[in-house]
Design a protein around this ligand. Sequence first.
Ligand code: ARG
Length: 290
Amino acid sequence: MKTAPARPEAAPAPAPPVRRARARRLLMCRPTTFEVSYAINPWMDPAVPVDAALATAQWERLYRLYLALGHQVELIEALPGLPDMVYAANGATVVDGKVLGARFRNAERAAEGAAYLDWFRAHGFTEIHDPLHINEGEGDLLTCDSFILAGWGFRTAPEAHREVEAVFGRPVIPLELVDPRFYHLDTALAVLDGDEIMYHPEAFEPRSRALLRRLFPDALLADRADAEAFGLNAMSDGLNVVLPRAAEGLARQLAERGFNPIGVDLSELLKGGGNVKCCTLELRAPALGQ
Ligand code: ARG
């Protein structure tokens, strides 16, 4: 009887790092006035009906999930005539307790800027900046440990970058977006923990792509299918990564890296061009260690 030739031992896969969740303070907006009555991004089509009750149920599930994960979730009330207010990520940027308000590109959303600023004034935030230049909040300004990553090309004006740097005192890295379906940075890139990110390279202009590769050589790269499923529109607490359920490949990649992906379905809010992260504004304050 022949014995099988000895096979070279495959190197064992390195163990993924141990991940730790850190409780966050978040701001959300119940979709009480949500509808798709205009189109300001390629995902929106007013001819496609939105199931308002389902939108609310899906949003409530996300809200309760955050609470179950130990996060503190504040609420702002949606104003009539502002159907996109549910996308709280666009309402401001908050780092070290400092607030930079949003200034929207499209007239349809312009009044949201003041509505969000009023909420911050009424909730004990003392350092509040009314922006000079167009910036759509955390939709385009994503904070990691070393930088603020700043998307531009569709919504946030590049002129805002210096303002962001002046307000928060952190280096701003401009990243040019080139695919209209990924019109906000948070549709193409997410911060997972510290300086660890995931992104979809094709959403970026080649020079920005090269910059991302240089600054984040170990980043998790999302393929087209996962990016189109809005998989990068995710909210990570350092361990749990809440993302659209349809982004299955991305969930697998996250699990391999030691994260705990949690899939949710926000199909109705996707009709407005948003998903998990768009509905979530992080209130970073020194008290919570960030
Ligand atoms: N309909 C909204 C808009 O086009 C969706 C915003 C999504 N928010 C986000 N953070 N990507 O402005």
